[in-house]
Ligand binder design. Structure first.
Ligand SMILES: *[C@@H]1O[C@H](CO)[C@@H](O)[C@H](O)[C@H]1NC(C)=O
Ligand SMILES: *[C@@H]1O[C@H](CO)[C@@H](O)[C@H](O)[C@H]1NC(C)=O
Ligand SMILES: *[C@@H]1O[C@H](CO)[C@@H](O)[C@H](O)[C@H]1NC(C)=O
Ligand SMILES: *[C@@H]1O[C@H](CO)[C@@H](O)[C@H](O)[C@H]1NC(C)=O
Ligand SMILES: *[C@@H]1O[C@H](CO)[C@@H](O)[C@H](O)[C@H]1NC(C)=O
Ligand SMILES: *[C@@H]1O[C@H](CO)[C@@H](O)[C@H](O)[C@H]1NC(C)=O
Ligand SMILES: *[C@@H]1O[C@H](CO)[C@@H](O)[C@H](O)[C@H]1NC(C)=O
Ligand SMILES: *[C@@H]1O[C@H](CO)[C@@H](O)[C@H](O)[C@H]1NC(C)=O
Length: 558
């Protein structure tokens, strides 16, 4: 018995030793092995509420509609319970490092996209008829094969060689370990989606009264996508009834499966180095510039490891991910005091405010040129969702399958109903970025193609800023309204993370202080846009990247 224990213990100890270098990966698992969860035992000892009874009175009251009268909640940070990190410049209350994280930023309310008097509140004199929500999943760990995990394995390899030495601000790397999972939601990600579900109930709950059947909400099959959708539903409906209060449609997300919420799986050019990764090529040029000083400053603090531009970008990403996962300190009590002074992740405080602004712009470039106005596949990727939106707005079934739409699901009014007052779809960052391109939100592209050698001066509400478009748990909301209030909708407008988007770039939408566009004008502009997009060409033809200065609406120039 004892021998068996020793034998079992040996490889375990060896493994521990081998992974004790800086940057080694730690993986925890829960529940503990051996813990049981036998349904029969649970049912006996832990009967559910309906079996126990005695719930007391349960009057439901009316559904709320705060969006009609009240200022909706706009948390200043929108990042509770995370702690805000400092930059290398110290704790400046006017500078929020988290806002500079592009698509890794926690969603925050955007004050204005250029309509200073507009608010998410339904404009006076209008009624709310329907709402279409498109949301990104919540905060996740890095995707597989991320720069963060590469950084860890490279540091780990370097640390095991002679000549590796870290000093000063990089001294923590000697004991730093990589603790991040991959792909799935972090606890903060769950929290955000749950909270967003609660907030959505407060804002739009009274639209539930107009349902005659259970709502169908959609997501994709990826773990974090389903998890996001379920957390949203739990917040929206309540933890004990959400499983029976609605239908969760889970669309397969996998190569070659049509899916408007994951269209890159049926658009091969998105996955090429030349076209799909053009954002990576462009942003690298900028990274070589904005990280030059950081490299000079930090390289002397590490011997036996080259701080290339890519590695420095990895370190900025690690700041975001460690804060999001709240992996704060490098294990030992003696370390805590220093850690607090630096903010949460030690990587955050290595970079100045200017370098953090540089990082946000790096992500902006990535999105603009890979999945935004500057990429020839962007409009094609967003096409399927826009076809669905038009179909829902006009209550007209789709009958041509020439994009990422799935004809099996969408030609059926059970899996693709056209009469819902509330639609909720979950998707990814790059997809939201593509969809706003397809929607022709050219007000976000008003400054034209983004330069790769400097941040344009006067970055205003009209600029293309990734953290305002595709942050974690980002929300694009279409409000379908009637002005004056009636059963028949007359107008539509869009809120991107609470900021009202001007629609004046869309053909037929006139200037409006509240961002309203007459519904028939919007629909006919979308028909025109759908007709302009050559999905088969932009997604499938083997072309080289056209001159990026000639693309501002996400299509291959004609
Ligand atoms: C690491 O660098 C510091 C500062 O240059 C030096 O004092 C120390 O001896 C070095 N350690 C090793 C193991 O080389
Ligand atoms: C459409 O969705 C159905 C249901 O998930 C699936 O069986 C089918 O393979 C999908 N079709 C395509 C072309 O992706
Ligand atoms: C760092 O880069 C220099 C020149 O680019 C190279 O000579 C050196 O071997 C590299 N060092 C390591 C540890 O990779
Ligand atoms: C999937 O999309 C392709 C390309 O648009 C289309 O040809 C095909 O009919 C679609 N399949 C289904 C089941 O909708
Ligand atoms: C759904 O489609 C079926 C068959 O085409 C039709 O009979 C039914 O009325 C439709 N239901 C709704 C709510 O549109
Ligand atoms: C798209 O936006 C551009 C620029 O604002 C505009 O010229 C064009 O008419 C728009 N197209 C549609 C269909 O709205
Ligand atoms: C795709 O179908 C729509 C109708 O839904 C049509 O307006 C558009 O022209 C078609 N696009 C192509 C490239 O065939
Ligand atoms: C696309 O064209 C280039 C140049 O002709 C060729 O090298 C490449 O293999 C082609 N790619 C595919 C996927 O066919």
């Amino acid at each position: 018995m004892l021998a068996a224990v020793l034998l079992l213990a040996l490889p375990f100890c060896t493994a521990k030793l081998a992974s004790s270098y800086a940057g080694s990966t730690l993986v925890d698992s829960y529940p503990p092995p051996g813990a049981t969860n036998a349904p029969a035992v649970n049912a006996y000892y832990f009967p559910d509420g309906s079996q126990v009874g005695y719930a007391g009175p349960t009057p439901t009251g009316a559904e709320p509609a705060a969006i009609v009268t009240a200022i909706p909640f706009s948390k200043v940070e929108n990042a509770y319970p995370l702690s805000r990190p400092n930059s290398a410049d110290g704790a400046n209350p006017n500078f929020n490092v988290m806002r500079q994280w592009g698509n890794l930023a926690p969603m925050y309310s955007v004050e204005s996209f250029g309509l200073p008097d507009a608010s998410p509140i339904i404009p006076e004199g209008c009624g709310l008829n329907a709402v279409h929500l498109l949301m990104r999943h919540g905060a996740r760990y890095p995707t597989s094969d991320s720069g963060s995990s590469h950084f860890a394995s490279k540091i780990h390899a370097a640390a095991s060689k002679e000549g590796f030495n870290v000093t000063g601000d990089l001294k923590f790397l000697a004991t730093w370990k990589y603790k991040l999972g991959a792909e799935i939601l972090t606890p903060f990600g769950r929290d955000s989606l749950f909270s967003n579900g609660v907030a959505f109930r407060y804002r739009y709950g009274n639209l539930l009264n107009a349902f005659t059947d259970l709502p169908v909400f959609r997501t994709t099959s990826e773990d974090r996508m389903l998890d996001s959708a379920l957390n949203f539903a739990a917040g929206f409906f309540g933890i004990r009834t959400y499983e029976t209060d609605y239908h969760q449609e889970i669309i397969i997300e996998e190569n070659n499966f049509n899916n408007t919420l994951a269209p890159y799986d049926v658009c091969p050019n998105v996955n090429t180095e030349d076209v799909g990764n053009f954002g990576g090529i462009q942003s690298k040029k900028w990274a070589d510039i904005y990280l030059k000083h950081a490299r000079k400053r930090l390289q002397p603090m590490i011997q036996g490891f080259n701080l290339t531009t890519s590695r420095l970008v990895d370190m900025q990403e690690l700041c975001a991910y460690e804060v999001i996962a709240s992996f704060t300190r490098s294990s030992w009590i003696s370390d805590i005091r220093q850690t607090v002074a630096l903010g949460y992740s030690k990587f955050c405080g290595l970079f100045t405010e200017k370098e953090w602004e540089g990082y946000e712009y790096y992500v902006d470039l990535n999105f603009w040129y890979s999945s935004g106005p500057g990429n020839p596949t962007a409009a094609a990727q967003g096409l399927g969702y826009v076809q669905e939106l038009v179909s829902r707005l006009t209550h007209t079934p789709i009958n041509v399958w020439n994009s990422s739409t799935n004809g099996t699901l969408n030609s059926n009014n059970i899996t693709f109903p056209l009469n819902q007052p509330i639609y909720v779809d979950a998707t990814h960052d790059t997809v939201i970025s593509s969809i706003v391109t397809t929607l022709n939100f050219t007000s976000l592209a008003a400054t034209g193609p983004l330069p790769t050698d400097h941040i344009p001066p006067h970055r205003s509400h009209q600029s293309y800023i990734a953290s305002q478009i595709a942050s974690f748990s980002s929300q694009l909301v279409a409000q379908v309204l009637s002005c004056p209030a009636s059963e028949e909708p007359t107008h539509i407008r869009f809120l991107l993370n609470d900021g009202v988007v001007p629609l004046t770039g869309i053909c037929g939408c006139t200037e409006d202080p509240n961002g309203l566009c007459a519904l028939p004008s919007f629909i006919s502009a979308m028909h025109e846009r759908i007709g302009q997009i050559d999905y088969a060409h932009d997604c499938f033809v083997n072309y080289t990247m056209p001159d990026p200065d000639n693309i501002i609406d996400g299509r291959y120039p004609s």
